[in-house]
Design a binder for this molecule. Structure first.
Ligand code: ZN
Length: 121
């Protein structure tokens, strides 16, 4: 049995005029970003998108900001690339420090005196 515990995020499609429109190509459950609410069947989702002002306003907002999404995507891709480079750099630093620590531990184990320091005057 396959239990789908996380909902896909609903995304409208672009029509011939590059306008975002609602789509029927949906797998339930689905989460609509306009309310962050999960929908578990076609009937309740159809009522939601046809009758709620919030969903209609959200779709209108998507269409009003289409060019900004393109700009946002470019900026986010650049940010992801920078963060990947930072992660690689940090990983390299950590590996170098691990080697240094290991080296120091070996030196310490060779040089530690075996007598009890509390017996010293
Ligand atoms: Zn919605």
């Amino acid at each position: 049995m396959n239990l789908n515990t996380t909902s896909d995020i609903y995304s409208p499609v672009l029509d011939d005029t590059s306008t975002y429109i609602d789509t029927n190509n949906i797998t339930f459950p689905i989460k609509c970003p306009c309310t962050n609410k999960d929908f578990f069947n076609k009937n309740t989702f159809n009522i939601h998108r046809r009758k709620t002002k919030k969903h209609k306003d959200w779709l209108a907002e998507l269409n009003a900001n289409k060019t900004n999404f393109y700009k946002d995507t470019i900026l986010l891709n650049e940010l992801v690339k920078q963060q990947q480079e930072m992660i690689i750099s940090r990983d390299n630093i950590i590996q170098t420090q691990k080697l240094h620590i290991s080296h120091l531990e070996k030196q310490i184990s060779k040089n530690v005196p075996t007598y009890n320091l509390l017996d010293l005057d």
